[in-house]
Ligand binder design. Structure first.
Ligand SMILES: CSC[C@H]1O[C@H](OP(=O)(O)O)[C@H](O)[C@@H]1O
Ligand SMILES: Nc1ncnc2[nH]cnc12
Length: 293
């Protein structure tokens, strides 16, 4: 099955707008899961359709715990987004992953606990695999685009998703780094990546390193003022990286070889006659492909 590529960029802290889109407009959408974080900026970038959504809203209104993750993914899917690039500010647990570097994340440890994590539930139960939570084809494209942009890129890394909003204690930071083998830490990629998989959208995560969290003996504790300074430079590089994606990604593509866009094929366990009609109606955008056949 060939499909038209449409890129969705979720901009994290410091990335609230992108430029260079042709025929650009802000689109307001509603979803069964509430309103998305903000209106979505749509247009084409060098011939490729693109949608940009600031995760925290313009002006940074939503905290990591209150970002409407389900509404964001549903709204991007409504627009026809096939590939999500999630851009996030992160702390680093590795000396060699320095502030200013980007990491193409390929694994997560989810320590969040105060968020809705699934579109499914009572009356329509589904279990998708997130063993490989990011799309390798899309991640590779981000890695190449970052290198072309001149950013120091790291290919692969484990992202610890914490609830926040406070940063970690030194004991937590050392545990995530030494015992759990994590590479970076942030507050937002979970449940975002899980929801993108449930919605059958390819997902890649670009972690922009802003600090060394609190484990590093020479860097002291996380300082939000330093983070913001680093974010300014990072955000320009993130915009540059995104602008290079149309040179790398095909405008039409085949089904995802990894199966991101068929994740729901056998995932729904609830028998058709036992399904909750209201939930099924709410799932129309994300799971209509399998529920309506
Ligand atoms: C600006 S420091 C903490 C803040 O930054 C990250 O946001 P995002 O992932 O949206 O870039 C982190 O997760 C926290 O929300
Ligand atoms: N050290 C850190 N911990 C959690 N989220 C972050 N975002 C940026 N730096 C972070």
């Amino acid at each position: 099955m060939t499909r038209e590529t449409m890129i969705g960029v979720i901009g994290g802290s410091g990335l609230y707008e992108i430029d260079g889109l042709q025929d650009a407009k802000w689109v307001e959408l509603s979803t069964p899961w509430g309103a998305p974080s903000d209106a979505i900026f749509t247009g084409t970038l060098n011939g490729l359709p693109m949608a940009f959504l600031p995760r925290h809203g313009r002006g940074h209104v939503h905290s990591p715990s209150s970002v409407p993750y389900r509404a964001n993914i549903d709204a991007l899917k409504q627009l026809g987004v096939t590939d999500i690039i999630s851009v996030s500010a992160c702390g680093s647990f590795r000396e060699e992953m320095a502030p200013g570097d980007f990491v193409v994340v390929d694994q997560f440890i989810d320590r969040t606990f105060a968020r809705e994590k699934s579109f499914f539930g009572e009356g329509c139960v589904a279990h998708v695999s997130v063993a490989h939570p990011t799309c390798s084809r899309l991640s590779e494209a981000c890695f190449e685009a970052g290198k072309a942009q001149g950013v120091k890129m790291h290919n692969g890394g484990t992202y610890l998703a914490m609830e926040g909003p406070q940063f970690s204690t030194i004991a937590e930071s050392k545990m995530y780094r030494e015992s759990w083998g994590c590479d970076v830490i942030g507050m937002t990629n979970m449940p975002e990546a899980k929801l993108a998989r449930e919605a059958e959208i390819c997902y890649a995560s670009l972690a922009m390193i802003t600090d060394y969290d609190s484990w590093h003996p020479d860097h002291g504790e996380v300082d939000i003022t330093d983070i913001i300074k680093t974010l300014m430079g990072n955000a320009d590089n993130a915009r540059g990286l995104v602008a290079r994606l149309p040179e790398i990604l095909d405008a039409k593509r085949n089904a995802c070889e990894q199966g991101c866009d068929s994740a729901l094929e056998h995932a729904i366990l609830t028998a058709p006659e036992k399904r909750d009609a209201e939930l099924v109606a709410n799932l129309n955008t994300v799971a209509g492909r399998v529920l309506n056949r």
